[in-house]
Design a protein around this ligand. Structure first.
Ligand code: SF4
Ligand code: SF4
Length: 67
C-alpha cells in the first residue's frame, strides 16, 4: 500500500488531483491559509500508484511512498 502526503505549503488548492484520481482518494475539505481549498487524503487502499495526481500537480506538492 501507499502513504500519500500533500505539502500544504506548496498546494495551491487547484483540485486537479481530486478530479483526475480514478480511485477518488482526494476530497476537498475546508480551507487553508489565504483561502486556498484544502485537499484531504482519504483511504489509500485503492491507490495503484498510477501517478496521475502527481502529473497534474504543478507545484509538486504530492509525495507517494510505498510501504
Ligand atoms: S497515484 Fe493514481 S490512484 Fe494513487 S492517488 Fe494518485 S491518481 Fe489516485
Ligand atoms: S494537484 Fe497539487 S496543487 Fe492541486 S490541489 Fe492537488 S495537491 Fe494541491
Amino acid at each position: 500500500m501507499y502513504i500519500i502526503e500533500i505539502d500544504e505549503n506548496k498546494c495551491t488548492g487547484c483540485a486537479e488531483c481530486v478530479k483526475i484520481c480514478p480511485a477518488e482518494i482526494y476530497k476537498l475539505d475546508g480551507q487553508l491559509a489565504g483561502g486556498r481549498p484544502r485537499v484531504q487524503v482519504g483511504d489509500t487502499a485503492d491507490c495503484t500508484n498510477c501517478e496521475s495526481c502527481k502529473s497534474v500537480c504543478a507545484p509538486e506538492a504530492i509525495t507517494i511512498t510505498e510501504v
